[in-house]
Design a binder for this molecule. Structure first.
Ligand code: FAD
Length: 469
């Protein structure tokens, strides 16, 4: 690999490799990164403009990626994949977002999450193995469909969805409020409450659903940024064969903590850092070219602009370092992303122990991209406000970071609450009772109010049991 970063055979106009933590990558990963930069220059960046303008799903970009084996990045070699690890996944998403297309990077993030969910439980499942073997040859794009219209960003709480066992398999009913690659994916991993649901929303199961089994209308998708990623509402209501259950019944929470959340948080954070770097690259190229004739200075000669860029590089590299540090911890915990660890025991969950680090990472990455995009817009002035420079598109794309679930408000609270009160206080499924709040509110009541409350509670205990929540 050349020590000089190349763009279409010429020296790259943004930050060079000396500002990238190349030492975290193996020689093979560096070669993959250089190949990706080439593909971004030749195809992905051009398609990004079209995707953004016309809300075009970036299948063309996926076809380019599939041709070079990137859809099977973390698929083991024996199934025809590259057998790569968490570090490679973070590098690939960051590279696509930075030099190519942020919509593609987000769709690739969701694809990687779905591939990880499939790999976790593929060992005895021919339907999953078949997809994984053909993933690049047939360009089979996967995605995750979790978020529920009733519970917003609490995507682990699928109130509107469920599944029942039938004589032929499973009747899966899914209502998703958002699904990246919705309607365009070739396969979905969806989460519902488990068959024989008894009111316990922690009892979740995952199913494999094929592209033509889901209903989606592209007309329902519109957004400020990531406009090619097609994240509209999706519905499924059909019986699917028995082997479409991913893992055992009730495996949903384990799958979420072990692969869906870790890969989503690791890779989406890399996407936000990639967007931040993409804007710094553009700002460098622009401000070192544009001159003010009256003072004979380039924009980059003003110390204010140097400060903006300096701070943006430092903050972004802090977040990238955290991303690659956590990727390494995940690699170490899984013997380099060895999926055979999960073959015989569904309770082997090494990634889950690192989840609270991934929460911190996503918060930091989404916060950083919002700040950097503002400052790079300021550095480029009015020219940055216009679409031609592409800062404006990146800025809109980066805005998705903060609001995507788990949202930054939720993550900040998870970290603060878990650190102060313990992990059990997080109460994802709203089942534990906060006696302090109850006692405090009762304290405010007079005797009549207390009596009325007691009578209401007694009447409720006489009524038939209700579902939780
Ligand atoms: C571009 C994009 C792509 C997406 N792709 C997917 C996908 O592929 N699959 C998928 O399943 N989902 C996807 N989502 C959905 C996403 O994960 C969230 O579910 C969605 O953004 C929530 O939107 P909402 O309007 O329901 O927010 P709400 O949940 O209604 O949030 C509104 C506000 O309340 C705050 N809030 C919520 N809960 C709490 C709390 N407990 N404490 C404090 N504050 C809280 C939020 O932080 C936010 O500020 C995508 C979203 C976006 C923007």
């Amino acid at each position: 690999m050349s020590a000089t970063k190349l763009w279409g055979g010429e020296s790259f106009s943004g930050l060079g490799y000396e500002w990238d933590p190349q030492w975290v990558l193996t020689e093979r990963q560096k070669a993959l990164q250089a190949k990706l930069i080439e593909l971004c220059q030749s195809d992905l960046r051009v398609n990004a403009i079209e995707s953004d303008k016309n809300r075009v799903y970036p299948r063309k970009n996926f076809q380019v990626l599939a041709k070079h084996g990137f859809l099977g990045l973390i698929v083991p070699k024996e199934l025809g994949g590259m057998g790569e690890n968490h570090t490679a996944a973070a590098m690939v998403v960051e590279t696509i977002a930075r030099y190519g297309c942020a919509s593609t990077a987000m769709c690739y993030t969701m694809h990687t999450g779905a591939v990880a969910a499939a790999l976790l439980r593929h060992h005895d499942n021919e339907a999953l193995k078949d997809i994984l073997r053909r993933i690049d040859k047939d360009c089979l794009i996967g995605t995750l469909s979790y978020s529920d219209p009733e519970t917003g960003s609490h995507f682990w709480y699928p109130i509107s969805s469920g599944a029942e066992e039938t004589k032929d398999g499973w009747h899966v009913k899914k209502k998703a409020s958002w699904t990246t690659s919705g309607g365009f994916a070739d396969w979905y991993i969806v989460q519902t409450t488990s068959p024989n649901f008894n009111g316990n929303y922690a009892d979740l199961s995952c199913f494999l659903i094929l592209g033509d089994e889901a209903s989606y209308d592209p007309a329902n998708w519109n957004g400020l940024g990531l406009r090619g990623n097609q994240s509209g509402p999706l519905e499924i209501d059909r019986v699917v064969p028995r082997e479409r259950l991913v893992g055992p019944v009730g495996d949903g929470a384990r799958s979420n903590d072990e692969v869906v959340d870790p890969f989503f948080l690791l890779c989406s954070s890399a996407c936000w850092s990639g967007i931040a770097l993409g804007m710094i690259d553009i700002a460098k190229a622009h401000t070192t070219k544009k001159t003010h004739k009256d003072v004979g200075m380039r924009v980059a000669d003003y110390p204010t602009i140097q400060d903006y860029v300096g701070e943006a590089i430092i903050d972004t590299n802090v977040v990238r370092s955290m991303d690659f540090m956590i990727a390494k911890a995940l690699d170490d915990a899984t013997k380099g992303c060895d999926w055979s660890l999960h073959k015989d025991d569904v309770t082997v969950l090494p990634r889950s122990a690192l989840l609270h680090w991934l929460w911190q990472l996503k918060f930091a990455a989404a916060k950083n991209v919002a700040h950097v995009s503002d400052k790079m817009l300021h550095a480029c002035g009015g020219t940055g406000y216009k679409p031609e420079l592409q800062i404006e598109r990146y800025l809109r794309d980066g805005k998705a970071g903060w609001v995507m679930g788990p949202t930054n408000e939720v993550l900040r609270q998870f970290v603060g609450k878990a650190s102060l009160l313990g992990f059990e206080s997080l109460d994802y499924w709203n089942t534990s009772i906060n006696e302090r709040v109850i006692n405090n509110e009762i304290k405010k009541m007079d005797a009549d109010a207390k009596r009325a409350l007691a009578e209401r509670l007694l009447a409720e205990t006489a009524a038939p049991a209700r579902r939780i929540a």
